[in-house]
Design a binder for this molecule. Structure first.
Ligand SMILES: NC(=O)c1ccc[n+]([C@@H]2O[C@H](COP(=O)([O-])OP(=O)(O)OC[C@H]3O[C@@H](n4cnc5c(N)ncnc54)[C@H](OP(=O)(O)O)[C@@H]3O)[C@@H](O)[C@H]2O)c1
Length: 255
């Protein structure tokens, strides 16, 4: 399952995975029309007929819970990729700042809601699409209620958190056969990057290379808790701060 799979990098990840006929790929999107079109395109380009879509709003816990409740198939690979970068501060219907809800809690809730499915399907892998563009986490103001909202600041914080949550779940799932790794994809032209004022000099396929490799390759099967750029593991100072990682998980668990 690939989240945000009608977006620039998500669709390319889905396509890369679907290009191996051994995989059944589910594109998780929030908009039915965009989901149908993306699934059709991935089926046509990969030649894999086992490409379908599912719908959920990943900024809402209830929507993720509902998806998990009705999920009947095995789940061997979960790629958390969906994210947003609204220019002005927005809140979800539950009153949570939208970047934090989607980019951080969305990843956290997906790993929580699907842990049963991953465990019963193991060996299984989770790939959290994060970024090298990360930092500035403030656990006392995760939703930019005190600090002035700036979409770049909120985005960098969210991607730092994604890297830390990967370390937290790797620890939680130690001794099971579920691995979880984070990565920087690539710099790709997209709605998300345009909102941040970036163009992107890489193709979606280049952006998808590292996440798809983490999701499917033999080499990546034995690593968990790592952070990767260009298919190489890089030390992540955020993930190494165990106290801060624990505090972030504690904050997320309150939502
Ligand atoms: N582009 C880059 O240069 C770059 C660099 C580093 C990291 N990344 C990371 O790569 C990932 C993908 O980014 P991208 O550039 O491909 O962005 P994108 O093209 O804007 O795609 C984002 C996807 O997330 C979906 N999404 C947003 N909110 C959602 C929600 N509440 N529920 C379900 N789906 C939701 C979007 O759906 P809609 O189409 O319906 O809005 C879209 O499919 C992100 O995690 C980003 O942080 C990107």
């Amino acid at each position: 399952m690939v989240t945000g799979a009608n977006g620039a990098i998500g669709k390319a990840i889905a396509l890369a995975i679907a290009s191996d006929p051994g995989y059944r790929v589910v594109l998780l999107c929030r908009d039915e029309k965009r989901a149908v079109a993306a699934a059709q395109e991935v089926r046509a380009r990969s030649g894999n007929r086992e490409v379908t879509h599912a719908l959920a709003d990943l900024s809402r816990h209830a929507s993720i819970r509902e998806l998990a409740k009705t999920w009947r198939s095995a789940l061997h690979v979960l790629v958390n990729n969906a994210a947003v970068t609204p220019r002005r501060r927005e809140e979800t219907p539950e009153g949570i700042e939208r970047q934090f809800a989607t980019n951080v809690l969305g990843y956290y809730w997906m790993m929580g809601a699907f842990s049963k499915h991953l465990l019963s399907s193991a060996p299984a892998r989770v790939v959290n699409v994060a970024s090298y563009w990360a930092g500035g986490l403030d656990l006392s103001d995760l939703e930019f209620r005190r600090r002035g909202y700036d979409n770049d600041r909120a985005y960098r914080q969210s991607k730092q958190a994604d890297r830390m949550l990967s370390a937290a779940f790797a620890q939680r799932w130690q001794g099971t056969n579920i691995s979880v790794n984070a990565c920087h994809p690539g710099d790709v032209n997209s709605t998300l990057s345009n909102n941040l004022g970036f163009g992107g000099h890489q193709s979606p396929e280049q952006g998808a290379a590292t996440p798809a490799w983490l999701a499917t390759s033999k080499q990546a099967a034995t690593v968990s808790g790592g952070y990767f750029e260009d298919r190489r593991q890089v030390r992540c100072p955020f993930a190494a701060d165990e106290r801060e990682v624990g505090a972030l998980v504690e904050c997320c668990s309150r939502y």
